[in-house]
Design a protein around this ligand. Structure first.
Ligand SMILES: Nc1nc2c(ncn2[C@@H]2O[C@H](COP(=O)(O)OP(=O)(O)OP(=O)(O)O)[C@@H](O)[C@H]2O)c(=O)[nH]1
Ligand SMILES: [Mg+2]
Length: 390
């Protein structure tokens, strides 16, 4: 999976800029030998800011950018010269990006909508120059403030797709076939398990000018919540969907049992997933005759809407869209739809699980190399060095 373009996990080391130090300078020029303090303030350090951008769909652009530094603030100078402010660094991320501390796994923030800006690391404030400290009793203060230090943190950015409907089913259930029948998305379809290796989204149009987004994710198998199959890496993509469409093929021996296994995997992964609205679709119904369908109806769970469909024969698809639309727009479901003031609760990351997930990514993941503090200081000192003509 290392060569995949679908990157939904990155680990980056971020560092904001430190504030420039205030200048301690006493004016001393011809005809004004005791000109008093005139040291200017240091500039502020640049911040690291995350910005939601709907033109990005993955974190691919950050995959090889493992270190992100904002500029330091410039030092204050004589003549009340204010130091230059360090430039902020904006990291554009797709909507639905969640940020965790890479060491503790603690949830930090999330970026849910286009244009949303979240300051991840604040740049240090610049120190005040000695000009600011002059008083009637201390007219020539010989001190100035240092700038505030920089902040650094290694973070994990994780993408959770924002779709209205998430497809949940075992491999080969017909998820990709349904997505391709309802939308113009072209996921790969084949008669073997795990055809779908990475999630894809499709827009389903409904009546006039209405639409919703459907997410096809790789099949889930029993034990997926413990890391079996591909499910674990992708289960989190359905955490954000407001409606889950469970899909079980009509030729399965025990449809209800299979549905319960799926449900159980979701529960193991995150109990909150069960608060979502659910719909059950019995797929490949073209393989069943009417009599069998009537018989099966008796055995199916009765606590959620059930619909018999066949994406190949185009059977039951309109009924399915009607049900999905109704559920999506029901009052109790609206509460879950993500708004600008997103109030989703995020669990902290289980780091042991994270290691396993990162392991999946293979060669792509290497440990962040730490930059030696002293090395940074050395580089800065060189920068600060001013050449003067003797
Ligand atoms: N007869 C019939 N076959 C179907 C139907 N839908 C899908 N199939 C077949 O079932 C097989 C699996 O379909 P996919 O859509 O790839 O299944 P999937 O759930 O996306 O599978 P994974 O990506 O492996 O998780 C393919 O051979 C499809 O042609 C249907 O409505 N009727
Ligand atoms: Mg598929």
């Amino acid at each position: 999976m290392a060569e995949s373009n679908f990157v939904d996990y990155v680990k980056i080391y971020c560092r904001s800029g430190k504030g420039g130090r205030g200048s301690m300078h006493l004016r001393h020029v011809k005809y004004n030998p005791n000109g008093g303090p005139d040291g200017g303030d240091g500039g502020k350090g640049g911040s690291i800011i995350l910005r939601g951008n709907h033109n990005y769909w993955t974190l691919l652009h950050l995959r090889f950018q493992r270190h992100i530094y904002a500029e330091h603030g410039g030092n204050g100078g004589r003549d009340k010269c204010h130091g230059k402010d360090g430039k902020d660094i904006y990291i554009d991320v797709p909507c639905g990006t969640v940020v965790y501390d890479a060491e503790t796994g603690k949830y930090i923030c999330d970026v849910a909508y286009d244009g949303q800006e979240v300051v991840l690391l604040k740049g240090g404030r610049g120190g005040l120059g000695n000009f600011q400290f002059r008083t009637a009793t201390n007219q020539a203060p010989r001190y100035a403030q240092p700038g505030e230090p920089m902040q650094e943190q290694t973070v994990i950015l994780e993408l959770k797709l924002l779709a209205d409907v998430g497809l949940v089913g075992f491999p080969n259930a017909g998820k990709s076939t349904l997505l391709s029948a309802l939308s113009s998305a072209k996921p790969k379809i084949a008669n073997y398990p795990f055809t779908t290796m990475e999630p894809s989204l499709g827009i389903v149009s409904y009546h006039d000018h209405q639409s919703f987004v459907m997410a096809d994710i790789p099949g889930i198998i029993e034990g997926a919540s413990e890391g079996k199959g591909l499910g674990l890496r992708f289960l989190r993509h359905i955490e954000r969907n407001s409606l889950l469409l469970f899909m079980v093929p009509g030729d399965t021996d025990d449809i209800k049992k299979e549905y319960e296994v799926l449900l159980n995997e979701l529960r193991q992964f995150n109990p909150e997933m069960l608060d979502k609205h659910r719909v059950l679709a019995v797929t490949k119904s073209d393989l069943l005759d009417d009599e069998l369908i009537e018989m099966l109806k008796e055995t199916l769970p009765d606590d959620l809407p059930v619909v018999f469909i066949s994406a190949v024969a185009g059977m039951g698809l309109n009924e399915l869209k009607d049900i999905l639309w109704r559920e999506l727009n029901s009052e109790s479901n609206k509460l879950q739809i993500i708004t600008a003031e997103d109030t989703l609760v995020h669990r902290d990351k289980d780091m042991s699980r994270f290691e396993a997930e990162m392991h999946d990514e293979g060669a792509d993941v290497e440990d962040v190399e730490w930059i030696d503090e002293d090395e940074i200081e050395d580089i800065e000192e060189l920068d600060d060095f001013e050449y003067t003509d003797d």
